[in-house]
Design a protein around this ligand. Structure first.
Ligand code: C2O
Length: 471
């Protein structure tokens, strides 16, 4: 099979055949019944399905048998080192199904899923939805299946979110897998078993991934409806591309070698509707799956991380993260800014030893926002240390991680923010008190003023604990 190239939506012509055929194939797939694995609704249900909240449910729907639903629906992997490879296989078979539909409709062979590069600093329109995704009609005047009404932002062509949502600091994460407790979130997330959600979120999964889900909102804001929006797949093609970008950007950036990761398998359906079982180790090279991305470097990469300016003699010591402080009561997040004080003590254990090693680099500081639970529409919060911005909480998947299910106890999400730069900035300005840290959560103004959310119940989020780690 020839190598397919996934193109940047903003770098192809307006209504390029790639998008015309995507729209036609979506329309066709939407006519197929939900029990057909190649239907639009079945494809979205693979991510998550909740009948009571299915916006497209019909009284005449005949769902697949319960055993089939258990095996193939609500499978998406989140808060997990499986996040990237699971979504890679998911997109791969979706792309095969769309491509076969294109051919069936009389289109060309080799259709490839285009990606939305919202972080492209060389493109002033990067954060806007391309016009093909919100135009009412296609060039031939027929209704445009790429437009979805249920989006909170983007259907007017205005930029979605802000630069914090498209920030690529995740690409500077040195390791794929998160520290077991407290420290780096890892580029790809924590080592888990099958994980539909809940727990610590990897750096890429948090931002830009979760941030852009929430910035567009509507169907994209929930696991169970996200795949119904054609934009979802182009968003995820970009996330999948960023995995390649991360790997290409530094020889130290490597995927897990752990058989628990490499040998994990997931089930999907191919374009003929046949069941396929796929291993993670077989998807790490995209060219083995016959696709590549038009661009796999990123000119907008943030400056090199602390590790790369490290002294050369000392072997790179991987510090064991040590907790140096934690808040003592749960925190309620509302539409108003909320603060908590965290008493910080000097590290005493492994953290201290490695800090005192000759030539040691200053500690990296991680703020862990633990056991985030809540219902209602996800809403982004910005986090400040004293008065310095330290990162965002996109809140994608919070409601899903709050409901108790078979798979997880409903313990909520956890974000780990790298506050090293914020702390260094405070130190440089003489505003750093090593015994206490004030952590402030500020809701996103634009989302607070959003009218379409006014009838929705007031979102309330609880944070179980804020802890601070040095690593
Ligand atoms: Cu499984 Cu972007 O979500």
């Amino acid at each position: 099979m020839a190598l397919r190239t996934r193109q940047d939506i903003w770098r192809i012509d307006e209504w390029d055949p790639i998008l015309v055929w995507y729209a036609r194939a979506v329309r066709e797939m939407q006519t197929r019944p939900i029990a057909d694995p190649t239907s639009w609704r079945y494809q979205a249900a693979i991510h998550e399905y909740r009948r009571a909240f299915d916006p497209l449910q019909q009284p005449a729907d005949v769902a697949p048998a319960a055993a089939e639903q258990r095996r193939f629906w609500s499978q998406c992997q989140h808060s997990s080192w499986y996040f990237l490879p699971w979504h890679r296989w998911y997109l791969y078979y979706f792309e095969q199904i769309v491509a076969a539909t294109v051919v069936q409709l009389g289109g060309p062979e080799g259709w490839a899923l285009p990606y939305w590069n919202y972080s492209d600093a060389t493109n002033p329109d990067a954060r806007s939805l391309a016009p093909e995704f919100w135009a009412e009609t296609m060039p031939d005047g027929s209704p445009n299946a790429l437009r979805v009404e249920d989006r909170n932002f983007g259907n007017d062509g205005a930029p979605v979110g802000d630069s914090a949502d498209t920030d690529l600091t995740c690409l500077t994460e040195p390791e794929y897998t998160a520290d077991a407790t407290g420290g780096s979130p890892g580029f790809g997330g924590p080592k888990t078993r099958f994980s539909h959600g809940g727990g610590p979120v990897g750096a890429l999964e948090a931002t830009p991934h979760g941030a852009m889900h929430v910035a567009v909102g509507g169907w994209l804001g929930g696991f169970n409806t996200a795949g119904l929006d054609p934009l979802f797949w182009c968003h995820h093609a970009n996330i999948d591309r960023l995995w390649v970008v991360w790997r290409n950007s530094d020889a130290q950036h490597v995927d897990p070698a752990d058989p628990d990761w490499l040998d994990m398998t997931f089930g999907f359906h191919d374009a003929t509707g046949a069941v396929v079982t796929k291993r993670i180790g077989d998807c790490v090279d995209t060219t083995a799956l016959d696709y590549e991305y038009a661009v796999t470097s990123d000119p907008s990469l943030p400056p090199a991380p602390l590790e790369s300016v490290q002294i050369t003699e000392a072997p790179m010591v991987k510090r064991i993260p040590e907790m140096v402080g934690a808040s003592d009561r749960p925190i309620e997040l509302t539409t108003q800014p909320t603060s908590t004080e965290v008493a910080v003590t000097a590290p005493t254990g492994p953290g201290l030893e490695s800090l005192e090693a000759p030539g040691a680099t200053p500690p990296r500081v991680y703020i862990n926002i633990e056991n985030i639970t809540g219902q209602g529409h996800p809403r982004r919060y910005s986090v400040f240390v004293n008065d310095v911005f330290a990162g965002i909480l996109p809140m994608f998947g919070v409601a899903e991680a709050t409901n108790e299910t078979d798979e997880h106890p409903g313990g909520g999400l956890q974000y780990r923010l790298d506050a090293t730069k914020a702390v260094q900035q405070l130190q440089a300005a003489g505003n750093w008190d090593p015994t206490t840290m004030r952590v402030t959560f500020v809701p996103d103004d634009k989302q607070v003023g959003l009218e379409s959310m006014s009838e929705a119940p007031e979102p309330r989020f609880q944070v179980g604990r804020v802890s601070v780690y040095f690593a």
